[in-house]
Write a protein that binds this ligand. Structure first.
Ligand code: GLY
Length: 370
């Protein structure tokens, strides 16, 4: 194995380790074996990971240490995170005659991790889940913290539960084969941690962002472990999002609205929507006098250097203030019909739970979208 960093998410009896480094998939069996209760497992993955050989690398390593494994290879893409796919998989897995001690191993990006996590949360009222995230976004966000779920026809992630994994193995070697656009989109979530409460990390990302995108292994390892550390600290304080965890939604209230309007497809990836959303959160904060303009400029300039979008004006879909507000009011984080925003006093000084009057929001969005 190459150099590996580790940290523990400290949640009492639900604590678990996150390992970040190279060679973790091909050594997965050895790393997973001490944790699993029965030596059989269900591996949930997608066709890309089968085609790229990562599934074979994992199943060989499981076989080498005597862990039985049954793979389910799913179509890649957001449509896989559906109720229909959940039902099909649940039946398929139960048909194998699993027991409480069977583990679910998720090898994939956010879609696979969320779906496999939700299967783990629900089958037999809870199976152990091991996450092997294979996108930057999944490594720094969705595989950590225990949010699991699937989409409904009424919206994204509306059916789900909290179910912490037993182990997260973030193999940074797989990032080498990730399409550059996906990698940049994941980088937006890395940047988010600097903007929330780690100004020193943001300074470092200003220096290293382009190297992370270009493939610098040491910089990638540090960016992933530091992001996981930032997320772990927040999750440890507020596992079920009754308070501080809402900070992790910086940029997401605007971002989810933009994703809804662009149809969750190739026009705007999740991380790209978050990048634009973070800029809007900084600009809204500045317009209310919370945040210095210089910090807005630093954020926008940095996003530009890593080729992430900074404005909804460049999207093909026409984005109007009314439509953004309508989409935001359907977000699952709405309280009493009103979205809550994460705003900021500057880089690394975000605060959550802000309600904004419709007239103010409309005027702000009109000025940003016209
Ligand atoms: N992705 C935000 C959270 O896990 O809370």
């Amino acid at each position: 194995m190459n150099e590996v960093e580790e940290l523990v998410v400290d949640l009492g009896e639900r604590s678990y380790q996150i390992l970040v480094g190279g060679g973790l998939i091909e050594n997965g069996g050895t790393l997973i074996k001490p944790l699993i209760r029965h030596q059989h497992s269900i591996v949930i993955t997608d066709q890309h990971l089968k085609n790229s050989g990562h599934l074979d690398a994992l199943t060989s390593s499981l076989g080498n240490v005597g862990i039985e494994h049954h793979p389910f290879v799913l179509p890649p893409g957001e449509q896989t995170k559906s109720l229909e796919m959940f039902a099909e998989l649940a039946d398929g897995i139960l048909q194998l005659g699993i027991e409480r001690g069977t583990s679910i191993i998720a090898l994939g990006g956010g879609v696979i991790g969320d779906l496999a996590g939700f299967l783990g949360a629900t089958l037999l009222r809870g199976l152990d889940v091991i996450q092997l995230p294979t996108t930057l976004l999944a490594q720094v966000d969705s595989s950590v913290g225990g949010k699991t779920g699937i989409n409904s026809t009424h919206g994204k992630n509306l059916i789900g539960s909290f179910h912490q994994p037993k182990l997260v193995l973030a193999d940074i070697g797989v990032l080498d084969s990730l399409p550059a656009r996906q990698l940049r989109a994941g980088y937006a979530e890395v940047l988010k941690y600097g903007l929330i409460n780690r100004p020193g990390f943001f300074d470092w990302l200003e220096q290293k962002g382009q190297a992370i995108i270009a493939g610098d292994t040491d910089a990638r390892r540090y960016a992933v472990i530091e992001s996981c550390r930032a997320k772990a600290e927040i999750v440890e304080e507020d596992e079920r999002e009754s308070g501080r965890r809402a900070l992790l939604n910086l940029g997401h209230t605007f971002g989810h609205a933009l994703e809804t309007m662009t149809g969750y497809g190739q026009e705007l990836l999740h991380g790209e929507a978050v990048a634009i959303g973070m800029v809007l959160a900084f600009k809204l904060s500045a317009s209310r006098g919370h945040c210095p303009q210089d910090d807005v400029h630093r954020v926008v300039n940095h996003l530009k250097t890593v080729d992430l979008p900074t404005s909804a004006r460049t999207l093909q879909t026409e984005i109007t203030a009314d439509a953004v507000i309508a989409a935001m009011s359907r977000d699952k984080k709405v309280e009493a019909g009103t979205p809550r925003f994460v705003l900021t006093e500057g880089i690394g000084r975000a605060f959550a739970g802000v309600q904004i009057e419709r007239a103010e929001l409309e005027a702000f969005l009109q000025s940003e979208l016209d």
